[in-house]
Design a protein around this ligand. Sequence first.
Ligand SMILES: [Fe+2]
Length: 385
Amino acid sequence: MAAVATQTVAASPRLKIRPIIEHATALKQAPLGTKFEPKKHLDYAAPPQVIMMKDIGFAEDVGVSPVAVSQPFQLFSREAVQQMRAEIFQPEVMANCSYSSNLAACQLRGYAPKYAPFAYDAWNSPETLKIISSIAGIDLIPEMDFEIGHINLMVKTDDETKAELAAIRKQKRFFADDEGIAGCPWEDDKPIVGWHTDSYPFVCVLMLSDCTNMVGGETALRTATGEILKVRGPQEGSAVILQGRYITHQALRALGAKERITSVTSFRPRSAAIKDESVLTTVRPVSVLSDLYYQFSEYRLEIMEERIRKERKDMMTRRRTGKKFDTMGHKRFLKESYAFLKHTDQEVVEDSKVVAGMLPEHDYPDAEVGAENSDKRPAKRARVE
Ligand SMILES: [Fe+2]
């Protein structure tokens, strides 16, 4: 497999985001302060197709829903996209919420609701959640506030964009199927998106850029039999929903566009009765740990609280109605509870053991694929999305 890159990360995030800030200041941004109104800002059209887990060879109970991935569908109006862009291009967001890592050069995280009340309301709106849930085949809510509107940013110079377009016109084989997206291209060491699974059950990727000249940018999925299935990338204001925790995938390189900005919001099942296999693997080193751990632990406790309350209620009802104590059932509940708490404990890694900006590459499926098929596909470094 490819050697693990040893680079100093997150040491100078300001340096890395300077081209983006210059790009942002050159753009005319919409004024801030718009309040999210579902009637005005949702512009939903159902996806032309939703691919099911069984369509790509997986059992329906592998994940939390029988749905694997949607084709791109229109979700937000242009005005909504403009307001989301205005929120992320605030100097405070660039200064306080940008992260870089060994796997992704430029991300904005954890900026809602403080700097982005519009995006926060948009993703928490019952109308939006109804749409997302209907496509995902399960009632979903945002994973936690910190994961609302995670931004992946890529900005290129005019010269780079022109060179790419020229190459595309000449139909050069500019990108291969298993290549990832280059990160910020002004860096010497370009981070690459590799095969990976996400930390959270579902993800909704929303495009915030004009993709008119863009080539590529698809999401590639690995089916149960190892085949590759490509899903078209979303256009401006449109989105793709993917059960990313359970499907190995990668974003393919996008070329020909000066900027590519995607907003990625993660979701989990609303019901406490459904399994929650969320991990923090791909996010711990690119987060304010105190916020991430608080939000993760708080919702995990809420799930536990609801499960305990239900178990106690059921136990009391059995007693009241003259039934015997359900020994085996209660033992099963206790066992599941240990496992659930142990899982939370394992994800809340001691602060001193988390290295900012350094994501554990061995946790990605890439490593094994690279080792097994090193002649066919070199291991790529993965990136969070
Ligand atoms: Fe992903």
